[in-house]
Design a protein around this ligand. Structure first.
Ligand code: MLT
Ligand code: ZN
Length: 479
């Protein structure tokens, strides 16, 4: 995470104090060296990881704890200045970067991790703790935090909860919301709400933690969470299976799911994506020849699940070829072929990234048709797909699209909705998909969402332009 402020605090402090009264007020809350106004210091907080979304921040402010977050939000609320909360800046829908001169509130310094409560199997984590640090901390206590994904070294707990992050183990453990058993957050006007007892059963009113999970920083700023951990399963096996097409991958997965309760991940990628990965990240060819579709399966248990997986794959006619890995380094090599997709695509250009989910009966039709609908509006574009087949979640990445054009977004999201899917599976709506939300949610649904937003953030200062429209949206019409 950027720590440029500490390299030259005097310059920043002088600039902060000098020109902007809000900077002076915020410096009183967090210290002048944590209010960044200098163009170069702000820059890493102003562009998202994909390079598709960027804007200018009035200031970047880096509080150290919940009290300082509350002070920052109170000052911004008094000044009527909007705030964009930001975690590890790994979001993919432009939900954590400024748009129109907001204050960026970086939570990265809230990186405290409590001692693991072994009896409850829970831990308290600050919003700025990285996923990798959280997982390592849980592992040190002989437990596991089950949500995991490739951006683990940068993505932080606050952002993960705010976006209800999914990842590679959702089929077994569910997304982030399911792990949250307590939450502490700060309201738009600087009040602290706290439910951190970690009670698994607590039906006293609305589920605020569940509501804030997935709210994308639009309702309150999450500062700490209490997370449920799971047993650590030390015996693992990974199989990369080559199949003929997506329908064969689905049939095979259905069979594996039915007989292998140890199944923990079921990921898919295609020949075009693997080619890009090999070009940009290397890793060697998994098989002697290229295959159209690859299904990556991982099983985990207390005792070796290899027999269970082998039994499931056994006589399956869908299996064209298979590579199996049991030791850590070999498993990591197979996983790298899947996890390197994001970076390989980014190395090729700035992609349009569309994270969608589909009912299983529509997956084959979607894969058949998506290349065509993209080619119709952007003939030169290259469509690369990969994702979490077990959750019906595909990441549609399109390279070579005219910068600023939304024709591909429109075509792919319309196809998704036509087939009964969701325009966001796990990345959120952000600013990227706001225009298409009325395609997927009916007017009553949208009105309830707007009502919740208004009740919790009446002045509309938290992450404006993300998830909930600032102004009424153009009616794109339901399919
Ligand atoms: C993944 O599954 O690797 C992530 O969601 C990132 C991405 O979609 O690029
Ligand atoms: Zn994903």
């Amino acid at each position: 995470m950027n720590d440029a402020s500490s390299s030259n605090p005097a310059v920043t402090a002088n600039e902060a104090a000098g020109s902007d009264p809000l900077a002076v007020a915020l410096a009183e809350e967090v210290g002048a060296s944590h209010v960044l106004s200098d163009v170069d210091l702000r820059a890493p907080f102003e562009t998202d990881w994909t390079r598709r979304f960027s804007g200018t921040a009035r200031l970047v402010v880096r509080p150290a704890d919940t009290i300082e977050v509350a002070g920052v939000l109170r000052r911004c609320s008094e000044a009527g200045v909007p705030v964009v909360p930001q975690g590890g800046n790994t979001g993919l829908v432009g939900g954590g970067v400024p748009r129109h001169g907001e204050v960026v509130l970086s939570l990265s310094r809230l990186d405290g991790l409590g001692e693991v409560d072994r009896q409850a199997g829970q831990v308290t984590a600050g919003a700025g703790v990285t996923l990798a640090a959280l997982r390592a901390h849980a592992a040190d206590a002989g437990l596991s935090y089950p949500v995991d994904f490739a951006a683990r070294d940068s993505a932080t707990v606050g952002g993960m909860v705010a976006t209800n992050a999914g990842g590679i183990r959702v089929i077994r453990y569910g997304p982030t919301r399911r792990q949250v058993v307590g939450i502490e957050a700060v309201t738009a006007d600087g009040r602290v709400v706290s439910r951190m007892a970690g009670l698994v059963k607590d039906n006293a009113g609305y589920d605020l933690a569940g509501l804030l999970a997935g709210s994308e920083g639009t309702l309150a700023v999450i500062t700490r969470v209490r997370l449920q951990l799971v047993p650590s399963l030390g015996a693992r096996v990974v199989a990369l299976v080559a199949v003929e097409d997506i329908r064969a991958a689905q049939r095979l997965l259905t069979r594996v799911r039915a007989v292998a309760p140890s199944l923990e991940a079921a990921e898919v990628f295609f020949a075009a994506g693997l080619r890009l990965v090999q070009c940009h990240a290397g890793g060697g060819a998994p098989f002697g020849v290229e295959h159209p579709v690859y299904l990556l399966l991982e099983c985990a248990a207390h005792s070796d699940p290899t027999e269970e997986l082998a039994g499931a794959l056994g006589e399956a006619t869908e299996v064209v070829d298979v590579a199996v890995a049991t030791d850590g380094p070999s498993r990591a090599r197979l996983w790298a072929l899947r996890e390197a997709h994001t970076e390989a695509i980014n190395a090729e250009g700035v992609p349009v990234k569309l994270d969608i989910s589909l009912p299983s009966h529509a997956m084959g039709t979607f894969v058949d048709r998506v290349h065509g609908v993209v080619a119709d509006v952007s003939p030169e574009a290259l469509t690369i797909m990969f994702g979490h087949l077990g959750d019906g979640n595909l990441h549609v990445n399109v390279l070579g699209v005219e910068p600023g054009s939304q024709a591909v977004d429109d075509a792919v999201l319309r196809l998704t909705v036509e087939l009964g899917g969701s325009i966001s599976a796990e990345h959120g709506i952000g600013q990227a998909k706001l225009e298409w939300l009325p395609l997927h949610r009916d007017p009553t649904d949208l009105a309830m969402t707007a009502g919740i937003k208004h009740a919790l953030d009446p002045a509309g200062l938290l992450n404006p332009g993300v998830l909930v429209p600032i102004d009424p949206q153009p009616d794109r019409g339901r399919p």
